[in-house]
Design a protein around this ligand. Structure first.
Ligand code: G3H
Ligand code: 13P
Ligand code: ZN
Length: 311
């Protein structure tokens, strides 16, 4: 089947109390690992591409890899731009085959965020492409900031209706305590998400899909393998999976996962190279990394997102 937008996926996920995994893709093995898992579990899927992924792998290669995955797997897949930095990048992806884009103007003030988002929405909707935007700021919630500074970074519920009304955006990424990368909380710090803010936002935006970025759970199993095989990831801490399950049952319809894929792939590659230092055929270690990605995604779909059988 051809690429789809997220409209139908989100409607079903919202009503069904589950979430769609949005997994970042950068190369063929990652695309294969993710889509094989989703295909076998009959799960809808969002494959997302960042500015860095486009710079690394090239726009056309990534689109063609995803098209190949669609031929091999009979599931609905949306191709999404992750953290689009500006109108031009969003336009390039809209014109270049993506079915969904994120414009991330969350670092600007409220009015400028609205203006930039609205411009992208108008262009995208005209071409049948859907748009995600972000309100609030993820980065730094775990840093050394005082309580009032931290509070200011969370999405403010009293801004969401105006933002959605004025921009016409299709989904909204919010900041409730998640953050990007493998070091989300300090050692000894109790992981917490502001479900009270999420509840307040969903009351103000009925039937509206919410997006959670920075949602890797940083499996200690993979951290341990990386540590034991020459890596240095001490103190890597993610979002506990029970919190992600709770989010998936709520208005959160899209859960972004990238760091977990990186850890799974790297753990596999490090393991092979430690066990066989003479290995120099990339297929030998990449296939183990790819198998780890597939295992991880199957686990997320079945045990965290609840999207299995929903294709
Ligand atoms: O949120 C960011 C994603 O994990 C993408 O990361 O910009 O290094 O590709 P990247
Ligand atoms: P993680 O770093 O927690 O995987 O977050 C990924 C993400 O939000 C991509 O937009
Ligand atoms: Zn993100």
């Amino acid at each position: 089947m051809p690429l789809v937008t997220t409209t139908e996926m989100f409607k079903k996920a919202y009503e069904g109390g589950y979430a769609i995994g949005a997994f970042n893709v950068n190369n063929m093995e990652i695309v294969q690992g993710i889509t094989e898992a989703a295909g076998e579990l009959n799960s809808p899927l969002i494959l997302q591409v960042s500015k860095g992924a486009r710079a690394y792998a090239n726009h056309t290669y990534l689109v063609k890899l995803v098209e190949a995955a669609l031929i091999e797997n009979d599931i609905p897949i949306a191709l999404h731009l992750d953290h689009g930095p500006d109108f031009e990048t969003c336009k390039a992806c809209i014109d270049g085959g993506f079915t969904s884009v994120m414009i991330d103007a969350s670092h600007y003030d409220f009015d400028k965020n609205i203006a930039i988002t609205k411009e992208v929405v108008e262009y995208a909707h005209d071409k049948g492409v859907v748009v995600e935007a972000e309100l609030g700021q993820l980065a730094g919630v775990e840093d050394d900031v005082n309580v009032s500074e931290a509070d200011a970074q969370y999405t403010q519920p009293d801004q969401v209706e105006e933002f959605v009304d004025k921009t016409g955006v299709d989904s909204l990424a919010i900041a409730i305590g998640t953050s990007h990368g493998a070091f989300k909380f300090k050692p000894g710090q109790k992981p917490q998400l502001r479900f009270d803010i999420l509840d307040e936002i969903s009351k103000r935006l009925p039937n509206f899909p919410i997006v959670l970025h920075g949602a890797s759970s940083v499996s200690q199993e993979y951290v341990k393998i990386i540590q034991e095989n020459g890596g240095n990831l001490a103190d890597a801490i993610g979002i506990p999976e029970d919190m992600l399950r709770q989010a998936a049952r709520s208005a959160v319809c899209k859960i972004n996962i990238d760091s977990d894929l990186r850890l799974a792939m790297t753990a596999g590659i490090r393991q092979v190279l430690t066990e066989n230092p003479a290995a120099f055929d990339p297929r030998e270690y990449l296939k183990v990394g790819r198998a780890n990605v597939k295992t991880l995604v199957a686990h997320k779909i079945k045990e965290v997102l609840g999207s299995d059988g929903k294709a």
